[in-house]
Design a protein around this ligand. Structure first.
Ligand code: FEO
Length: 171
């Protein structure tokens, strides 16, 4: 059984994961509006990955006889200044999510909830990957700068990303 404190904290995290998905769909739609369909595909895959993160939390709460309570999802931004600026915003967002996961681990330890602490370690490792993959795109975009050819190539490369639910859930 989950303590109320842990249950509430995980419910807030479920909301944060669902918001992440919503934000990345909004970013994908921005990319579509500037004819970057490869980047849009990349961001849509990212959005699906966030749904897996939320789902994994929901399954855990149910397994521990807790109750998932869904809250309103905040409205995401609509426009960004550029493709690079969008990926920079995504990186900043991932860093924020990493700090939320860290706070959850701290809370689980304060509450001596070893099961939750152990469960959260998957997210700790996942955040390393999340920050690294978005960071890599930011670095490439910075190298490309204003080059139209470079932009075409990176859009093509980003469009190769295929979402694989099994590989992303750790199950
Ligand atoms: Fe669910 Fe991208 O962190």
């Amino acid at each position: 059984m989950l303590s109320e404190k842990i249950q509430n904290a995980i419910n807030r995290q479920i909301n944060a994961e669902l918001y992440s998905s919503y934000l990345y769909v909004a970013m994908a739609m921005y990319f579509e509006s500037v004819d970057m369909s490869g980047a849009a595909k990349w961001m849509n895959s990212q959005a699906q990955e966030e749904l897996v993160h939320a789902d994994k939390f929901m399954k855990y709460v149910n397994e521990r006889d807790g109750r998932v309570i869904l809250d309103a999802i905040e409205k995401p931004a609509v426009e960004w200044k550029s493709v690079q600026n969008t990926f920079e915003a995504a990186l900043e967002h991932e860093r924020k999510v990493s700090s939320l996961i860290n706070d959850l681990v701290t809370l689980a330890r304060e509450e001596s909830d070893h099961m939750t602490d152990n469960f959260l370690q998957w997210y700790v490792a996942e955040q390393v990957e999340e920050e690294a993959s978005v960071g890599e795109v930011v670095r490439k975009l910075k190298l490309i700068g204003d080059s139209g050819g470079g932009r075409f190539m990176i859009d093509n490369e980003l469009g190769q990303r295929i979402f694989n639910p099994a590989a992303n859930s750790g199950e």
